[in-house]
Design a protein around this ligand. Structure first.
Ligand code: FES
Length: 183
């Protein structure tokens, strides 16, 4: 079973994505590299070495150059996401109402900081410095597809534990189907 959900990257899908990128010369190909990486990152939540190689082959560049881009831009991930993915808002309202306590608690309780995944592969957190648009419920996180607001470290922990338990109970994927934008 290969699907986007547990971090595996279906290389057939990657080939399909890059096959839509057409160009008439080397320069044009170079200009498509970022778009290709963005599509893969959005679709799978990360870019694997194998996916990077496919992009490099198709667009006539090196894997080293691809990795340079992947590490330069903060939005790219080079490791798979956990089974659950959480955005933790660190915008102004959330910050004022204690998002730093949530960040600290994740570090203490789960051993994860921004961009990291728990050792058991359950949870990845990404701290977002911009506002997620629901300040009236600050501090908030978006866990998989759901917003949780007015959080304390304990209520955040409850939400995480509920999400993990629910997924185990019904065995269904937690992520919404993050769609791939047509090129
Ligand atoms: S600052 Fe967090 S939702 Fe607006």
């Amino acid at each position: 079973m290969s699907h986007a959900v547990h971090g595996e990257i279906d290389l057939e899908v990657v080939r399909e994505l890059v096959s839509h990128l057409t160009f008439s010369d080397h320069q044009e190909a170079q200009e498509l590299i970022l778009a290709a990486l963005q599509e893969i990152n959005e679709h799978f939540g990360w870019v694997s070495p194998e996916a990077a190689e496919i992009v490099a082959d198709h667009l006539g560049t090196t894997v080293n150059r691809i990795y340079g881009l992947l590490t330069f831009y903060a939005d790219f991930r080079t490791e798979p996401r956990g089974k659950h993915f959480m955005l933790l808002c660190h915008g102004m309202s959330c910050y004022v109402l204690g998002s730093q306590n949530l960040v600290q608690d994740l570090q203490d309780r789960y051993g994860i900081a921004d961009g990291q995944t728990t050792a058991d592969g359950e949870l990845t957190v990404q701290v977002v410095n911009g506002c997620l648009g629901v300040c009236d419920r600050a501090p908030i996180v978006k866990l998989d597809d759901d917003f949780h607001g007015n959080l304390t470290p304990d209520s955040l922990n409850d939400a995480i534990q509920r999400a993990i338990a629910a997924r185990r109970a019904n065995g269904s994927p937690p992520h919404g189907n993050s769609s791939v934008r047509a090129g």
